[in-house]
Design a protein around this ligand. Structure first.
Ligand code: MSP
Length: 676
């Protein structure tokens, strides 16, 4: 039998980028779920945090020219500062640089090692430092590109410890079979099943070339693979592996007690959570969480919002224009959880106006205003023995809401609550209490209508409170009810019973109507590209195996017509890119890399820079020496074939084979001149 607890986690966020709405999304969902379960009296715990190790973090700090420890502290603060105004109240923020986490991960490693699941060998292959993942690449391919990030993969050849993942293929398949709830939703479960059925290779879980990581016990020249370190956070945060393991004992499932432990993850990181993580846990003989639920991506113009594309909705802009509750409600209602969903400011404003201002907010104002006007602010009591259509609809909404919410179908759950709102609105309009109020003989009818509307509103607020915590508290207060709706279990609230309300006096709209034209103009004036309703292209959607789905591949454009611009950006985005004029001083081919030229370029700085350019098939070293070129000067350094590249040249991509043609000037321009 399951003990009634609820443990929910979000992915821990990489500290190499500013927080954006894609990070806030699972965190708002986790917060809402925690409020939902707590309201129902269930002992709940909500974990979020930051993933702070790995080559990319090291590089992000280097690009900013700050110590890596300082860098991670600063970004962690940025995340916390961005989440707080959204009303996110987590119980713990785990940081993978916390020494308690580091010690526990080392313990997990030692256990796997002692049980024979780890061995030392040598790895040679292609690695994406953005995915933190080795990629399967046809060995004939030179200079392969990450299909997700569209950046060159790095060739790695080094000693490495391996985890015997291959040994877990059958145990995993058996587990998925016996526990269909483990990977959800079903479409993702099927992808995982087919991936694992296709065979699992052992997993390289240490790096010698990465210094910023947790040292491997007994062999500190190696640091642990970031995903081994990061995934472990879900148990180390609860004190697993330490002397303070009360939370682990309380919230993590045991062999005897099937507790509700839920990992919310984006579908792009499902493989790590649904394959690697359960295999590590099985290897250590630790029970698995109940569910790994993969949500979809928030899209803008059909593409995943995020750092790589620089198209994410800015949390600062959101915060300036919208109340935290409406952002939360919008994300839960607009995007079917588990599926990708387009997100725009316009859609947000429309939702607020239709569902909140005209829907819930209007129902509350009209009901309370009538009670104030006709009954001097004292709400008439609902008759607990009378079962009218409104009460029946509220019961139906409540039952549907509970089921859909527990199944993480937030949009449908809220739809069910709004069916209740619509029914009360119809009831009021049909009974015309404003007419009843004019006829003294109809006082009983008037009392019945307003008591019903008031009681329905009370029950509806109990339902929507996890999704609208501040606004429902505010309406609750205006109703003259004490406390907070989040402290009342809707399943224990009985129609017409235990309603102790004080006089209604102050009524103010909980959701003021938003002026779309004005807000859109303000957002545009802030010089941040507005997220407007652009034609949706499917490019950029991914399945969980990380590759772009073949059916979404873009069709090559005909020769004459250039393809349409993929996405509009604001000037703020453009000025982040520093383009500078430069001269090529030296050039040579990179051995064993057909496409690469190593260039030394003068950007007017104290020292010339080394840049690697994939143009060798079209330009010989002699062609480019002495040429004036244009360089993206503030690109983070990256390594290609073991050589560091500090910038990127601009070139047009011409014809079907994308032949590079270098950009240059027709007039004399000094090195270092900035392009604007
Ligand atoms: N650090 C890893 C997770 C380790 S968990 C043990 C990581 N970090 S991340 O910062 O890159 O991404 C964190 C989460 O944000 C992922 O689940 C990812 O899917 C989510 N999102 C990032 N952009 C997103 C959208 N545009 N839409 C929805 N979620 C997105 O991966």
């Amino acid at each position: 039998m399951g003990e009634k607890t609820f443990y929910v986690t979000t992915p821990i966020f990489y500290v190499n980028a500013k927080p954006h709405i894609g990070h806030a999304y699972p965190t708002l969902v986790a917060d809402t779920l925690t409020r939902f379960y707590r309201q129902r009296g269930i002992d709940s715990y909500f974990l979020t945090g930051t993933d702070e190790h790995g080559i990319n973090i090291e590089r992000a700090a280097a690009a900013r020219g700050v110590e890596v420890t300082k860098h991670v502290d600063e970004i962690v603060d940025e995340f916390k500062t961005a989440f707080a105004p959204l009303g996110i109240e987590y119980d713990q923020w785990i940081r993978t640089t916390d020494p308690r986490h580091e010690a526990a991960v080392q313990k997990l490693w030692r256990i796997l090692d002692e049980r024979g699941h780890i061995y030392k060998s040598r790895y040679e292959g292609w690695y994406c430092s953005n995915c933190n993942e080795f990629k399967d690449v046809d060995e004939k391919t030179t200079d392969p590109i990450c299909p997700i990030h569209e950046r060159p993969l790095e060739r790695l050849a080094e000693d490495s410890y391996f985890f015997r993942l291959s040994a877990f293929q059958q145990p995993l398949l058996d587990y998925y079979q016996q526990h269909p709830e483990f990977v959800q939703p079903d479409v993702r479960r099927n992808e995982v099943l087919s991936f694992v059925s296709g065979g699992l290779k052992d997993l390289s879980i240490s790096r010698v070339s990465v210094k910023w990581g947790i040292p491997v016990p007994g062999d500190p020249a190696h640091t642990m693979y970031v995903w081994f370190d990061a995934l472990s956070n879900y148990i180390t945060a609860l004190g697993w592996g330490s002397t303070e393991h009360e939370k682990f004992d309380r919230y993590w499932p045991t062999k005897e007690i099937a507790r509700n432990a839920l990992h919310l993850v984006g579908k792009d990181i499902l493989r790590m959570h649904a394959v690697y993580w359960p295999a590590f846990l099985m290897a250590a003989d630790i029970p698995l969480p109940r569910t790994v639920y993969a949500h979809g991506m928030l899209l803008r113009g059909g593409q995943k919002m995020g750092k790589s594309l620089g198209n994410a909705i800015d949390l600062g802009v959101l915060k300036r224009h919208f109340a935290p509750d409406v952002i939360r409600y919008f994300l839960l209602r607009e995007v079917a959880f588990g599926q990708d969903g387009e997100v725009t400011y316009e859609a947000l404003i429309d939702r607020v106006n239709s569902d909140l201002a005209d829907g819930l907010g209007n129902l509350a104002s009209r009901t309370l205003t009538m009670i104030r006007n006709y009954f001097d602010g004292i709400a008439p009591s609902a008759d607990k023995n009378r079962h009218g259509p409104v009460r029946r609809q509220i019961e139906e909404s409540k039952n549907k809401f509970e089921g859909e919410f527990e199944a993480l179908n937030f949009s449908r759950a809220l739809e069910a609550a709004w069916a209740g709102i619509a029914e009360v609105d119809r009831f009021i309009t049909h009974n015309q209490p404003w007419k009843l109020a004019k006829e003294p003989s109809k006082t009983d009818d008037l009392m019945y209508v307003l008591a019903t509307a008031y009681e329905a509103l009370r029950h509806l607020l109990l339902l929507v409170a996890p999704a609208l915590p501040a606004a429902s508290r505010e309406i609750w207060k205006q109703m003259g009810l004490a406390g907070d709706p989040l402290t009342v279990d809707p399943n224990k609230a009985v129609w017409g019973e235990n309603v102790e309300a004080s006089k209604i006096d102050r009524i103010s709209p909980a959701f003021p109507k938003l002026d779309k034209v004005k807000i859109m103009a303000e957002i545009e004036n802030e010089n941040v590209a507005p997220v407007s309703e652009q034609p949706t292209s499917k490019v950029g959607q991914q399945n969980t195996t990380g590759e772009r789905a073949a059916e979404h591949a873009s069709t090559p454009a005909p020769e004459a017509a250039a393809p349409p611009v993929a996405q509009v950006i604001g000037i703020d985005d453009f000025v982040k890119v520093e383009l500078r004029a430069a001269t090529v001083l030296e050039a040579e081919k990179v051995p064993k890399a057909d496409k690469l030229l190593r260039l030394v370029v003068d950007l007017g700085e104290a020292q010339p820079r080394q840049i690697l350019a994939g143009i060798a098939e079209h330009y010989s070293p002699e062609d480019v020496i002495g040429r004036k070129i244009i360089v993206v000067a503030n690109l983070a350094p990256r390594k290609l074939r073991g050589l560091e590249s500090n910038g990127m040249l601009l070139a047009a991509s011409v014809g079907e084979d994308g032949r590079p043609v270098l950009a240059t000037f027709t007039e004399d321009v000094p090195n270092g001149a900035r392009l604007k």
